[in-house]
Structure formats: structure tokens, C-alpha cells
Design a protein around this ligand. Structure first.
Ligand SMILES: Cc1cc2nc3c(=O)[nH]c(=O)nc-3n(C[C@H](O)[C@H](O)[C@H](O)COP(=O)(O)O)c2cc1C
Length: 380
């Protein structure tokens, strides 16, 4: 009996298994609108058997996009355009989730395959980036506009509007993006938040904006929809956000209406990189990228809070994924690059784990033929 292929019910949504497609920006939208590529991309994971398929970071306002080609849900036209993708994922028996995001001071950049550089004010596609404080991400990044309290309140409302649109077009899980140096993470981390008002200062004040967003979104979507929150469990920088901070935040997120904490890390000063441990000791790049390197974060959140947790980061092997769930290190595993490499990873993993000997998890359109293929293979 496979634990990876056991179902999980959270509030009113049942995930058929524990394999999740991590949010993956494709930098292929036009004016925030999904394109045929998005349909092909996301639908392949549903056909491939992932129980929960997340959209890429989907911006709640135009200025919240990472690149001009990022997906958005700040208007009804965008929501209507994404609905067929949601419908298809459901038709495969899988669950569609949306990651709602604002890129904050890391917005207005070029796509990775166009160099990933910040688009500065002389670039025709650039826009003014915003953050908790007027502190750029790093050298070469634009100076953010420091958000006023009324602008912060407007962004809380924009998250709420985006969440309502997401529910209206059929998403059954919502994730709030609070990681990777984007807007909510930049409020949490003392590296990027040096405000002197009620949204900055000690941990309680730095948590205020993400918690306000969470409470407001939970109130707007009702009790049935699972709400996830992606954290960067550590900044990995001296004086930055720590794992202990993540435990405190998670406890408060639970009270605010979060069900699952999705445990990533890094990104406050550019690409997610890990330079030091919480105790200040050096952390080698190579060890940081080992399989399952972020699983201990998910385990700590699961062990020390009432929340469920999701592990992500270099989860490659079906046995590795199975043991994370079996050993109670996390409730869900999210895959990024591995499932891009093999969108049918879940169905293939079920074969490896002997969880689906008769190909029952495959879409019926494929099952009968794949079954025959197997007979032929065995006869050879
Ligand atoms: C192409 C690509 C796009 C990504 N886009 C997002 C995103 O939109 N939101 C997010 O939270 N993380 C994003 N990530 C991070 C992934 O969700 C995931 O956390 C990371 O790739 C580690 O998992 P992996 O080792 O299985 O790839 C992206 C990663 C990749 C490779």
C-alpha cells in the first residue's frame, strides 16, 4: 500500500494522491492572459496523475508580475480564460490550485530565457516596483517605492478580489505566495523590511501584512477551500528570517485560516541561494541542493504546529517521495523540475512503487492501450 498514492481530504477538497505540481512560471502569458501553451503545460500534469496541479505565480495586480509575460488574475477576462484549464484538470479527476502572488520589489524583470535581468526604468516594458521599504534587492535592481498604509490596504483587497475570482472559475485550492523574496516575504524578512510603522520592526509587526492578507482571503473564500501558504523557511543570510521565525509565523497562519504550509527557502536577495545556516555556520552550495534539502523545514512545521506541510525541492525519486509521506516528514510532496522533465512522473512513480499494477490510475483513453503494451513487453 503506497502512502504517496493515498488520498488526502482538506476541508471540502479531496486530493486523490499526495503528488503536487509546484507553481512553475512559464513566462508565456500576454497581458496576464493564459495562452494555449498554458493549457498544454498544465493539462499534461493532470493527465500524468498529479493529484494537485498548481498554476504558476498568478499576479493579483499588473505590477505584481515577475515579468511582463507572467499570468494574472486581476480581471474577469483573465479568470474566464483560465477556466477551461481548471475544467480540464477536474475532468481528469485531479484538483486545480492557483498560486496568488505579488512579486514586490522583485517584479519587472526579464524571463530567465531572456536573461532574467531587472527591467530598469529606461526599458519600455518596465514598471515601478514596490516593497515594504525603499531597499533594492541587490546591486543592479531598481529602487522600490515604499508602500503607504493605504496602498498596503489596497493590496489586501486585491488579494481578496483575486481569490474570489479564483473560486468563481473553479479552483479548489488557493496558495498565497509568501516566499522567494516576493512581496509578502519581503515584509517578513528584516533584510528587506526596515519600516518604522506598524508593518515593520519586530516579528509581530513584520508578520502583520501577510497575516492580514491571509485573514481577508480566508474570510472571502469561506470554510470549504483549502488555503496554502508558501514560505521561504529561511533566508539563509546573516540577520535574516530563520526557521524559528517560520514556526512562529506558521502558528499564526493556522489561526488566520491556513491549512498547509509549503516549505521552500531563500530568494530575499535574488535567486534562492543558501549561504549560511541558522546558526551562522557556512552552508555549502552543493549540500543545499541535495535531494530533499528542504524536507526538514516541512517536517519541523508539521511537528511543531497544527498545520499540514508540503515538502518541495529536489524530490526526484518515487521511493524518496514515498518515504517522505510514510515517515510523516510532510503531508504532500511538490515537484517542479522533475515533473517538467516527465509530466507523467506520478503515473510512472505508481508503477515503480507497484501502486498501480493494472494501470487503473491512467486516463481510460490510455489505460487499455498501455495495458496491452505491458502484455507485449512481458512476452518479449
Ligand atoms: C521554471 C520554474 C518556475 C518556477 N516558478 C515558480 C512560481 O511561479 N512560484 C513559486 O513559488 N515557485 C516557483 N518555482 C520554484 C518551484 O515551485 C520549486 O519550488 C523549485 O523548483 C524546487 O523544486 P524542484 O527541485 O522540484 O524543481 C519555479 C521553479 C522553476 C524551475
Amino acid at each position: 500500500m503506497s502512502d504517496l498514492f493515498s488520498s488526502l481530504t482538506i476541508r471540502g477538497t479531496t486530493l486523490p494522491n499526495r503528488v503536487v505540481v509546484s507553481p512553475l512560471c512559464m513566462y508565456s502569458a500576454i497581458d496576464g492572459m493564459p495562452q494555449p501553451f498554458h493549457f498544454a503545460h498544465l493539462s499534461s500534469f493532470a493527465r500524468g496523475g498529479a493529484g494537485l496541479v498548481f498554476t504558476e505565480a498568478t499576479a493579483i495586480v499588473p505590477q505584481g508580475r515577475i515579468t511582463p509575460q507572467c499570468l494574472g488574475i486581476w480581471n474577469d477576462q483573465q479568470a474566464a480564460a483560465i477556466k477551461p484549464i481548471v475544467d480540464f484538470i477536474k475532468s481528469m479527476g485531479m484538483v486545480a490550485g492557483i498560486q496568488l502572488a505579488h512579486a514586490g520589489r522583485k517584479a519587472s524583470t526579464a524571463a530567465p530565457f531572456h536573461g532574467a535581468k531587472p527591467l530598469l526604468s529606461d526599458h519600455p516594458d518596465s514598471w515601478q516596483v514596490v516593497g515594504p521599504s525603499a531597499l533594492p534587492v541587490a546591486e543592479g535592481f531598481p529602487m522600490p517605492h515604499e508602500l503607504s498604509v493605504s496602498e498596503i490596504n489596497e493590496l489586501v483587497s486585491a488579494f481578496v478580489d483575486a481569490a474570489k475570482r479564483s473560486i468563481d472559475c473553479g479552483f479548489e485550492v488557493i496558495e498565497l505566495h509568501g516566499a522567494h523574496g516576493y512581496l509578502m516575504h519581503s515584509f517578513l524578512s528584516p533584510i528587506s523590511n526596515q519600516r518604522t510603522d506598524e508593518y515593520g520592526g519586530d516579528l509581530t509587526q513584520r508578520m502583520r501584512f501577510p497575516l492580514e492578507v491571509t485573514r481577508a482571503v480566508r474570510a472571502a473564500i469561506g470554510d470549504d477551500i483549502p488555503l496554502f501558504f508558501r514560505i521561504s523557511a529561511i533566508d539563509g543570510l546573516q540577520g535574516g528570517w530563520t526557521l524559528d521565525d517560520s514556526v512562529v509565523l506558521s502558528q499564526q497562519l493556522a489561526d488566520a485560516g491556513i491549512d498547509v504550509v509549503d516549505c521552500s527557502s531563500g530568494g530575499i536577495q535574488g535567486a534562492p541561494r543558501f549561504r549560511i545556516n541558522d546558526d551562522g555556520s557556512p552552508l555549502k552550495q552543493s549540500s543545499a541542493r541535495e535531494p530533499g534539502f528542504q524536507v526538514p523545514y516541512a517536517q519541523r512545521i508539521k511537528d511543531e504546529t497544527s498545520l499540514k506541510s508540503m515538502a518541495v525541492g529536489v524530490i526526484i525519486d518515487p521511493h524518496q517521495a514515498e518515504s517522505i509521506i510514510k515517515n510523516n516528514e510532510a503531508d504532500l510532496v511538490a515537484l517542479g523540475r522533475e515533473i517538467m522533465y516527465d509530466p507523467f512522473w506520478p503515473l510512472h512513480a505508481a508503477q515503480t512503487l507497484n501502486a498501480d499494477p493494472d494501470f487503473d490510475l491512467w486516463p481510460p483513453q490510455y489505460k487499455w492501450a498501455v495495458d496491452r503494451r505491458e502484455q507485449i513487453r512481458k512476452q518479449r
